[in-house]
Design a protein around this ligand. Structure first.
Ligand SMILES: Nc1ncnc2c1ncn2[C@@H]1O[C@H](COP(=O)(O)OP(=O)(O)OP(=O)(O)O)[C@@H](O)[C@H]1O
Ligand SMILES: [Mg+2]
Length: 314
């Protein structure tokens, strides 16, 4: 088995990096007899985009929900900016909640509120801003995520899926957070919409210096914007760059990255930008742009950028 590059000798996702903003140690999550996480360690570093992958039901959303305090773990500790989330006082929790924003898997916009009103929920709950300033901030957030101003007055049911994702992101950004948690942000979007959303997240991360914790099934998102990837497997995580994970000889990881719906990235945002089809991929499975050529083909003979071209969503 090829060795995964380790930053420490700890068994999974821990590191001793001083810039760690989320530190998970010995996490155990259990529902009845079903153990979801067992002795899971994970570090998330300031300013990185970390992608969380794993089979359906492996516990990605539970991990996210536990970190943001929505699920009480059966054991272990979670520190965000040095505050133990599970033992935090109400005041500490409120101050933490001002520092992160969450885009849930199902969007979780309030259907009876307009987009603008949705964005204003955290602003009203966590700030004392006057009404006029709240309106102004709302307009700014709508613009930041690339929604037209008229979207402010729309109800979620009046928006397309992509617009709803953007509206959810605008709400997650309402309080100018340092960390954004995204659960399957590109699921259900068409390949072009998903690529645009990836680009938006990458741009926001850079301009706002965000730390991004992104659960995804989307290999293109992983290649396009993630600095590191945490693979949830056997109730723990293996964390590394995609480049290094591609060398790992763990069956699920091999199947995921090299299987019929996987790809073979050859460089990234931190070194991997270009994708080529894996051995089991047919070009027809990858062809999803308006062009008749598969997305990875360009006339110059070089592969297309993953940020502008995508495979069939998985
Ligand atoms: N509140 C809960 N009570 C009982 N079981 C739960 C609860 N939340 C999650 N589970 C179970 O925990 C397991 C992990 O769920 P989770 O939602 O984290 O999966 P996931 O990795 O996000 O999957 P997907 O990729 O399908 O979204 C599942 O078996 C799920 O049924
Ligand atoms: Mg999930």
């Amino acid at each position: 088995m090829a060795a995964v590059r380790k930053r420490t000798d700890r068994p999974n996702g821990a590191s001793d990096d001083a810039e760690v903003v989320i530190r998970v140690r010995g996490l155990r999550n259990q529902f009845g007899k079903q153990i979801i996480h067992d002795n899971l360690d994970l570090d998330v570093r300031r300013g990185e985009v970390i992608g969380i992958v794993g089979g359906s039901g492996s516990g990605k959303s539970v991990l996210l929900r536990t970190i943001v305090g929505l699920n009480q773990p059966a054991g272990g500790s979670i520190e965000v900016y040095g505050v133990n989330v599970t033992k935090a006082s109400e005041a500490e929790r409120r101050s933490l909640m001002r520092r992160w924003g969450v885009l849930f898997q199902d969007g979780a916009l309030f259907s009876s509120l307009t987009v603008g009103q949705n964005i204003q929920v955290p602003l009203k709950e966590y700030t004392d801003l006057p009404r006029a300033l709240i309106d102004e901030v709302t307009g700014v957030k709508v613009g930041v995520v690339g929604l037209p101003p008229f979207a402010c007055a729309k109800y979620p049911s009046e928006l397309s899926g992509g617009m709803r994702k953007r509206a959810g992101l605008a709400r997650a950004l309402a309080l100018d957070p340092d960390i954004v948690f995204l659960d399957e942000p590109t699921a259900g979007l068409d390949p072009i919409g998903a690529a645009a959303f990836d680009q938006l997240i990458a741009n926001l991360q850079k301009s706002l210096n965000l730390t991004v914790f992104m659960v995804t099934h989307d290999l293109d998102s992983l290649a396009a914007i993630c600095d590191r990837i945490a693979v949830l497997i056997d109730k723990r995580v293996i964390v590394d760059t995609m480049e290094n994970l591609l060398k790992v000889d763990v069956p699920w990881i091999r199947e995921y990255f090299h299987g019929p719906r996987g790809g073979r990235p050859t460089s990234s945002r931190t070194g991997i930008e270009i994708w080529r089809p894996g051995p089991a991929m047919s070009s027809s499975a990858l062809s999803c742009s308006a062009s008749s050529s598969p997305w990875w083909f360009s006339p110059s003979g070089s592969a297309a950028s993953a940020s502008t071209a995508r495979s069939t969503p998985i």
